[in-house]
Design a protein. Structure first.
Length: 318
């Protein structure tokens, strides 16, 4: 509980620092009026509108990843997290909103995200790759993006009956079994020699491939593809043997500082338990929810995106 209180204090300090930075730029935090607190569908529609307007017209409508507000409002390409990450996030959300909430999603929006998703799988190996530069081929691999890649393929297979998405998903699962092992991890040398794949970032197991358990379960549930469930089980077994322990403890050094990935894996274990009926996975998710999660959440249950140190320097006035 002491650690939880400390982190809550850190969150509050971060808010105060943020307000101070706004003041240094000569701005005050804007007040909010007439905030929607009751209409869930309208809130979903507003989110869908944002996801439908994030495309770079100068980059074949690949969605932007990076966004900033101050000191200059901008959207930008990211060499690891553009086409390999954003389309999966958005296709999963947009097509689910269309199905569940009955919202009308412009098909051109779906087509642009779809094209970007398939761009990331257009390399010589069926993994979600990103271009190192906008005029180059997809070559950068970050296994953090496997979750988003499978989310894109799942959403297209389920909501658009895309045989192409199902085929790419099958090839991707084959590639993972070929180049990844639960004991030794990724064979990075062979991936590079076989396909020229580069690894710009280092991730923990939880921050990387473990995140894909959830969309693999969704893929299996949607189209009945057994290898998707097989891979999800392999990943979940390693997760519960080495990370999500019976004690439910949180170890930042083992899990990694990207706490959103930790909560992704927690919910993924619950999804796997729901589909398979295997109570072990649900028990481990519940144990972490009741114990380790308290180390990274605040009083209302919010978990910060990442616990990485953020270096804040005094801004220069425009």
């Amino acid at each position: 509980m002491a650690a939880s209180k400390l982190r809550s204090a850190v969150y509050r300090l971060a808010v105060r620092v943020s307000n101070k930075i706004w003041g240094l730029w000569g701005f005050s935090m804007p007040g909010l009026h007439n905030v929607n607190t009751t209409d869930i569908q309208s809130a979903i529609a507003l989110g869908c509108r944002t996801m439908s307007n994030v495309f770079d017209a100068d980059d074949n409508d690949v969605p932007f990843f990076r966004s900033s507000v101050l000191p200059v409002a901008s959207l930008a390409f990211n060499p690891t997290l553009s086409e390999a990450h954003v389309p999966g996030r958005h296709l999963n959300a947009l097509l689910t909103a269309e199905d569940v909430a009955g919202l009308s999603i412009d098909e051109s929006t779906v087509e642009k995200h779809t094209a970007a998703a398939f761009l990331s799988y257009s390399g010589s190996v069926a993994l979600p790759l990103n271009r190192a530069a906008q005029d180059g081929p997809p070559i950068n691999f970050d296994d953090h993006n496997l979750r988003e890649g499978f989310h894109a393929l799942y959403a297209l297979a389920r909501y658009r009956d895309s045989n192409r998405a199902a085929d790419v998903a099958a090839s991707s699962i084959d590639a993972i079994f070929n180049y990844w092992d639960p004991e030794s991890g990724w064979d990075r040398g062979r991936l590079r020699s076989d396909h020229g794949v580069l690894w710009p970032r280092q991730r923990t197991f939880i921050e990387g491939i473990a995140r894909s358990i959830g969309p693999l379960v969704k893929l299996y549930d949607a189209i009945g593809y057994e290898p998707a469930l097989k891979l999800a089980r392999v990943l979940a077994d390693k997760t519960t043997e080495e990370y999500f322990l019976p004690s439910g403890e949180y170890n930042q050094e083992k899990f990694g500082t990207h706490t959103h990935s930790t909560t992704c894996v927690m919910s993924s274990l619950a999804q796997l338990a729901d589909v398979t009926g295997d109570e072990k996975f649900l028990e481990r998710a519940k144990s972490f929810y009741e114990n380790g999660l308290n180390e990274i959440r605040d009083e209302i249950g919010w978990v910060i995106e990442s616990m990485s140190l953020i270096h804040i320097s005094e801004p220069t006035r425009p």
